[in-house]
Design a protein around this ligand. Sequence first.
Ligand code: COA
Length: 148
Amino acid sequence: MDFVEVANNEKLDYLDLLLTADEQKDMILKYLYRGKMFALYDHDLKAVSVITKEDDEIFEIKNIAVVPKYYKLGYGTKIMEHILNFYKDLGSVIYVGTGSSKQTLSFYTKCEFTYSHVVKNFFIDNYNLPIFEEGKQLIDMIYLKRNL
Ligand SMILES: CC(C)(COP(=O)(O)OP(=O)(O)OC[C@H]1O[C@@H](n2cnc3c(N)ncnc32)[C@H](O)[C@@H]1OP(=O)(O)O)[C@@H](O)C(=O)NCCC(=O)NCCS
């Protein structure tokens, strides 16, 4: 299993996968180049993630996506472990913002993230089209956090 840091000029090669976690390209472009991007390869590509520095010792996972045919095989957990390990000496807290779908919330809970705060109407205010997950429209962004 290999974790590679993706160079800026290669980041858009992963756009289709990034769009599975964040449906609007212009929203991805807001963080893609100020963030650090990791890709997990296990023979072929399994997962990607983009992490930004938001403040002194404060980081945020902006995007984490596993190749859909490899869901539920532990690759999300593996790339998360890599991120937590990479940032543990660089920061104190890492955040992640997500919709309220059960699948993603249970993934982050399993990774020991806990509730931080809510940004009301984030998905309505920032996305051109309504986003649905598990048949429910996403409205508020729920922020979770974990100590590093
Ligand atoms: C969320 C995501 C990253 C999880 O990756 P994954 O490799 O499938 O997750 P793992 O196999 O490591 O699962 C770890 C835990 O997460 C939870 N989980 C993962 N997928 C789940 C699902 N479909 N339903 C319920 N719980 C789920 C479970 O608690 C699981 O533990 P378990 O296997 O012991 O039950 C992946 O489903 C994904 O890429 N989703 C689309 C993009 C997205 O929504 N990204 C997050 C928002 S930025």
